[in-house]
Write a protein that binds this ligand. Structure first.
Ligand SMILES: N[C@@H](CCC(=O)N[C@@H](CS)C(=O)NCC(=O)O)C(=O)O
Length: 212
């Protein structure tokens, strides 16, 4: 089999796809994208993803894939042994799809609009409208995480006994604002899942490569 090519930035959302490929034991190479070369003007990503976002994945047949959730669904289909998603028809499938969509459509955009505030309001995150946008998106994200905390199933994973990509989103996204210490005190159910996910060999390997 020819290999996958993953465009990745240190500590970013590309870790989601990196973990998926590791779990699948798929052959892949990483193209490191410096953070200051992400976004619309990215030189490295321009050809493959004009949004300049990571993860961007090139499949062995040359097809370009973006969107972390789509990549998870794809890897789960091609490598079903990775158990990244409950099977179609399984009782947990509906919850899986629901919360997968929630993570990428509700929580991820709070970073999209809060990370580089200058892009949206013309000011950096430490002054004026940039500061207000950063604070509002950070606050809203906490509300969303608290809501998700109320949806956690009994241990060990978000869906209960069934491991899924949701647990990997939690592991990755809790490394970002407001950070793990906040989850430990405010969302102990999510924190418990994150700790369990952190012990998976693929997660340990990717954490190390991303210097976490
Ligand atoms: N909806 C996309 C979002 C990807 C995304 O926002 N990635 C961030 C890094 S975590 C990024 O590339 N940011 C750089 C930028 O937008 O300039 C997904 O789920 O893959």
């Amino acid at each position: 089999m020819k290999h996958y090519r993953l465009y990745a930035a240190q500590g970013g959302g590309s870790m989601l796809s990196e973990i998926a490929l590791e779990m699948a034991q798929a052959p892949y190479e990483i193209v490191d994208v410096p953070w200051d070369d992400t976004g619309w003007d990215s030189k490295i990503l321009k050809e493959v993803n004009p949004l300049g976002q990571i993860p961007t994945l090139i499949l062995p047949d040359g097809t370009v894939m973006t969107e972390s959730a789509a990549i998870f669904l794809h890897v789960a289909e091609v490598f079903p042994q990775t158990r990244l998603a409950p099977d179609a028809g399984a009782p947990e499938r509906a919850a899986y799809l629901r919360w997968l969509a929630f993570l990428i459509s509700a929580i991820y955009p709070t970073f999209t609009y809060g990370d580089v505030t200058r892009r949206w309001v013309g000011e950096a995150e430490n002054s004026g409208s940039g500061k207000a946008l950063r604070a509002a998106t950070d606050d809203h994200r906490k509300t969303l995480w608290r809501y998700l905390e109320g949806q956690v199933h009994p241990a060990p994973w978000f869906l209960g006994k069934t491991f899924s990509a949701l647990d990997l989103y939690l592991w990755v996204m809790t490394t970002w604002r407001p950070g793990r210490e906040w989850f430990k005190s405010e969302c102990p159910g999510l924190y418990r899942i994150v700790m369990a996910a952190g012990e998976l060999p693929a997660v340990i390997k990717v954490a190390k490569r991303n210097k976490l």
